[in-house]
Design a protein around this ligand. Structure first.
Ligand code: ZN
Length: 191
């Protein structure tokens, strides 16, 4: 397995609509394994393929809490087939927007159809954190970031901060720092 570099916003590769996976083969399974390893190392609770520069419709999620055994889940070509009217507000973070958080409102419950890593058709009914995480990661497949759900003012503030911190990083490299969490809602971890 290998750790993959995670793309940080603003980057055009995060705004692309990803293509469906046409064949679930060894390359796809290896990529999913690498994505799980990368997500765990970040650490984060979710990672979508476009975040590692692969414009493919697939994502990984692990919402196991600290101290619990890891529970990675892999989703290929996921589609929301039903969403609850009831909404839920959650403070989200993202591995591609390190150390940035904002409250986003989404359906509290969703039903998602997808392929597993053997290519078998599956369906999952998710609620709470898993539902939020699935919707956040699926947004990445359509080039949408959690900041696209908040006001333009707030979004631009966050993106400007990121540009500034990326610039600082490239100016003075080698500052040992703990990897920021992402792709997980703050309360738990970023996604
Ligand atoms: Zn994200």
């Amino acid at each position: 397995m290998a750790l993959l570099p995670i793309i940080v916003a603003p980057d055009p590769r995060l705004k692309v609509k990803a293509k469906p996976v046409t064949q679930v083969d060894g390359r796809i399974r290896k990529l999913l394994d690498d994505m799980v390893e990368t997500m765990h190392a970040a650490p984060g609770i979710g990672l979508a393929a476009p975040q590692i520069g692969e414009a493919l419709r697939m994502l990984v999620i692990d919402i196991a809490k600290d101290g619990e055994p890891s529970d990675p889940r892999k989703f290929i070509n996921p589609e929301i087939v039903w969403a609850s009217d009831e909404q839920m507000l959650w403070e989200e973070g993202c591995l591609s927007l390190p150390e940035q958080f904002a409250e986003v409102e989404r359906p509290k419950e969703v039903k998602v159809r997808y392929l597993d890593e053997t290519g078998a058709k599956k369906e999952i009914q998710a609620t709470g954190l898993l539902a939020i995480c699935l919707q956040h990661e699926m947004d990445h497949l359509d080039g949408v970031l959690f900041v696209d759900h908040i006001s333009a003012l707030r979004r631009n503030m966050i993106l400007r901060k990121l540009v500034k911190s990326q610039k600082q990083k490239s100016e003075k490299p080698r500052k040992s720092e703990k990897a920021p969490q992402a792709d997980k809602p703050k309360a738990a971890v970023p996604a």
